[in-house]
Ligand binder design. Structure first.
Ligand code: GLU
Length: 505
């Protein structure tokens, strides 16, 4: 029988979870959904020096907002494999058991080197023009570890409680191969791999040991993570091998990077001119907060749709997918190997598509609180008509204000370019006749305003409608003119036109 699919999203609470992290969570989620499996949230908090207050809560809130909730893990599910935080799992003593197994089989060793000794080693190697100095099969021979020290000395040091780390004993020159679901066969030479620390001097495991132990204990079937972990994968393969658990290596999938719009490197939160975080994030170590997709007016459905297409394609030209559809279509075969360029303009377009799919009624509810903040309240019928009128101009709900504020507020100035270019000494009389015509419209509907205006044109000849628009709203562009005038109401239009004629005459 095929094993039940179990995947994990395993962020470290070292900061806000950015869009790349959410994309990793999403691909895990979609894969689990497609196969009726489990999607687990594990918190990898073994690096206490990088722990950031509020990061874990932020991760959970973000997944919830995106609608890609794990069914198991920190804050989710029935806790069958709990605890799901590595700092708590450390207290179970499991990591130590695995590290000791590796020591016992001779595949790991104690290293007693101090920070100063490690620094000296680095300098020595740099002076010898070693390209990337590392603790490895060669350099470890000159260091203080259980491979170079006499057995009884090691024993003594351990008994005395000397500080040590446990390192993986990586062979000097061995080929390591594995089959990545996205990249196919990947080959490394062990000379490129350092003797990774597995257990730190405070007894905490490093990521390398901890995630392997947890993936084994939590029966993870697929490890789906960012491309930045690819260089560590050979060390991980060795750890499984030395534990005698090579048959339990989850299938590995290393996702491509999300690149800057110019394709030039990874998205940087400091340089990006678009949101990078799902929700606004304030890092306690930094002074400036980062605005999120949510707070920028994106719908979570749009955000998810955008992320899904960063590094994956459906095999056709379609672009709009719900999470449900994505979870049916998703497969790693269609995940690309190369980085995916992020296009912020396209992201806005996605949001616009989701906005357009909403009813005028729903949009009016979303816009109401924004309008209220601006000091205006209107009844439902007005709001619905307003949203219908302005909808195709906006990509975000807050833009209803930018594109329609003049419907609520009489102008305080008039587009000078238009006025200078188009206003001449015949305009006073001409627009006065428009005023009289509007006044005569009994039933103030778009159609009736239009009919009356057409009638007027028969006697006056051409009237510049853009100028008319500017006189009433102050600005040169906007929604269909007569529809807008109908919505504004006759009294308001007359009042504004009278004022404009006074000012501009
Ligand atoms: N804790 C790692 C990270 O934050 C997880 C890598 C993995 O999924 O194995 O990227």
């Amino acid at each position: 029988m095929e094993k039940r699919v179990r995947v994990r999203f395993a962020p470290s609470p070292t900061g806000g979870l950015h869009m790349g992290g959410i994309r990793t969570a999403l691909f895990n989620y979609l894969f689990a959904k497609k196969h009726g499996g489990d999607f687990i949230l594990r918190i990898e908090d073994t690096d206490q020096t990088r722990f950031v207050e509020g990061a874990e809560e932020y991760i959970i809130e973000s997944l919830k907002w995106c609608g890609i909730e794990p069914n198991e893990g920190v804050g989710f599910g029935d806790g069958r494999y709990a605890p799901y935080r590595q700092s708590e799992r450390k207290n179970l003593g499991i990591y130590k058991i695995y590290a000791n197994k590796l020591i016992a089989s001779g595949h790991a060793y104690y290293a007693f080197d101090t920070t100063e000794e490690l620094e000296e080693m680095r300098k020595r190697l740099e002076a010898a023009k070693v390209v990337s100095p590392q603790y490895n099969a060669v350099s470890r021979q000159n260091m203080r570890n259980s491979l170079t020290l006499a057995e009884d000395e090691v024993k003594k040091l351990l008994e005395q409680g000397a500080k040590y780390v446990i390192r993986l004993k990586v062979p000097r020159n061995e080929e390591i191969r594995f089959n990545d679901i996205i990249r196919g066969w990947v080959t490394f030479n062990s000379a490129q791999v350092d003797d990774k620390v597995l257990l730190k001097s405070d007894g905490m495991p490093t990521y390398h040991l901890a995630h392997i132990v947890d993936d084994i204990e939590m029966e993870i079937t697929h490890a789906v993570r960012g491309e930045e972990w690819l260089p560590s994968a050979p060390a991980h393969i060795l750890i499984y091998r030395y534990l005698g658990l090579e048959d339990q290596i989850p299938k590995l999938a290393h996702l491509p990077l999300i690149l800057n719009p110019d394709g030039n490197g990874k998205i940087s939160k400091r340089e990006a001119r678009f949101p990078v975080f799902p929700l606004s994030w304030k890092d306690p170590r930094e002074s400036m907060p980062y605005i999120g997709y949510k707070e920028s007016g994106y719908y979570p459905e749009a955000f998810i749709n955008i992320l899904a297409l960063l590094g994956w394609n459906p095999g056709n030209n379609e672009e709009l997918f719900s999470v449900e559809q994505l979870s049916q279509l998703f497969s790693f075969e269609r995940v690309h190997k190369s980085g995916a360029k992020f296009d912020p303009e396209k992201a806005k377009w996605f949001n616009q598509q989701y906005l357009r799919a909403k009813s005028d009624h729903e949009l009016s509810h979303l816009f109401k609180p924004i309008l209220k903040e601006k000091g205006y309240e209107k009844d439902d019928a007005f709001m619905i008509d307003f949203c219908k009128l302005v909808k195709d101009k906006v990509q975000f709900v807050y833009e209803f204000w930018d594109h329609g504020k003049y419907i609520f507020e009489a102008p305080t100035s008039y587009d000078q370019k238009v006025i200078t270019k188009k206003w001449n000494n015949t305009c006073g009389t001409l627009f006065n006749s428009v005023l009289i015509t509007f006044n005569s419209v009994n039933n103030w509907t778009s159609q009736n305003i239009n009919n009356a205006f057409e009638e007027l044109l028969k006697t006056t000849g051409k009237i510049d409608v853009q100028l008319l628009r500017v006189l009433i709203t102050g600005v040169a562009g906007g929604p269909q003119l007569f529809d807008m005038l109908a919505l504004m109401g006759k009294d308001e239009v007359i009042k504004r036109l009278e004022l404009a004629l006074k000012i501009n005459n």
